[in-house]
Design a protein around this ligand. Structure first.
Ligand SMILES: NC(=O)c1ccc[n+]([C@@H]2O[C@H](COP(=O)([O-])OP(=O)(O)OC[C@H]3O[C@@H](n4cnc5c(N)ncnc54)[C@H](OP(=O)(O)O)[C@@H]3O)[C@@H](O)[C@H]2O)c1
Length: 274
């Protein structure tokens, strides 16, 4: 796709990968609509090429309103998401539904509103998934399965939208230093209490994950990759980015499920835990 003020919509832009991608693409000549539940947080980077818009992907009305004044969307980056941390038996139904409402149904809501605006001229949809969309970890069952679902969305939508010249891609980041661990990991209180039967998994895994995210790769890499995907019509369907993703995704492809599980358990010191 040639870069002549194409229009990009990105979700979840108040921080992290969304914010930096909005800034980067706007500086590369794109007109970016930066969606956020709190668009005032984008005021200091707002300009003619970077327009903050109020967008809550949990609410279809909000999505429709956000898109009502945008005639054409050439690129959609489904970026907004958060991580629920808790055991399956302890997480409440409300928490469980909320995780999928944002990470999965939020993507559907935005796609439903954007595809009609993209269909005539073609376009690109980029789903920011996770390397945890291909790897299971304890306490992250809800988050991981939401990202596995996103992988399925990419695979099916690629077929469905190909006849209209719309490419769909999945980006699987490893750990990146964003607000994710600081603000958008939602922990279940019961799982994190002293009484929880999962407390040894919590004390082994949670600090490691937080440390690895906070010391993760630089989010600008994601912004640069998004630009590459937009501009290369032949870009592959799915791409891993960041150290952890590049370590685990190829391993997943060559090992059996059980061998891979052993590697993950040994890497995160989960073997022998009870
Ligand atoms: N950081 C990592 O290590 C990592 C690794 C793999 C994948 N990812 C994925 O990358 C994407 C971006 O995350 P990030 O790392 O940039 O983290 P971030 O800085 O925390 O940004 C996440 C954005 O998602 C939106 N969001 C969070 N909770 C939400 C909710 N309950 N409802 C609606 N929107 C919500 C927020 O947007 P607004 O406040 O602007 O609405 C927020 O700015 C996410 O989909 C995440 O799963 C991150």
């Amino acid at each position: 796709m040639k870069n002549s003020k194409k229009t990009v919509l990105i979700t979840g832009c108040s921080s992290g990968m969304g914010r930096i991608t909005a800034l980067y693409l706007s500086r590369c000549g794109y007109k970016v609509y930066a969606g956020s539940r709190e668009p005032y947080k984008l005021r200091e980077i707002e300009n003619e090429s970077l327009v903050p818009i109020k967008l809550d992907i949990r609410d279809f009305k909000s999505v429709e309103n956000a898109l009502s004044d945008i005639k054409r969307v050439d690129v959609l980056v489904n970026n907004a998401g958060y991580g629920l941390v808790g055991s399956v038996e302890e997480v409440s139904e409300e928490q469980m539904l909320e995780q999928f409402d944002v990470n999965v149904f939020g993507v559907f809501r935005v796609c439903k509103a954007v595809i009609p605006k993209m269909r005539e001229n073609g376009g690109v949809i980029i789903n920011i998934s996770s390397f945890l969309g291909k790897i299971g970890l304890p306490l992250l069952t809800f988050y991981n399965s939401s990202k596995y679902a996103l992988e399925g969305i990419t695979d099916s939508l690629r077929h469905e939208l190909k006849p209209f010249g719309i490419r769909v891609h999945s980006v699987l980041p490893g750990f990146f230093d964003t607000n994710f661990a600081r603000e958008n990991l939602v922990t279940n209180k019961t799982t994190f209490s002293e009484k929880s039967p999962y407390k040894s998994i919590v004390s082994t895994l949670a600090p490691t994950l937080i440390e690895q995210i906070n010391n993760g790769n630089d989010k600008i890499e994601v912004a640069k990759l998004v630009l590459k995907i937009i501009e290369d019509e032949n870009f592959k369907a799915r791409v891993a980015i960041g150290q952890k993703a590049k370590k685990f995704i190829p391993m997943r492809q060559i090992l059996s499920d059980e061998e891979f599980e052993d590697r993950v358990e040994s890497y995160y010191n989960l073997d022998g835990l009870k």
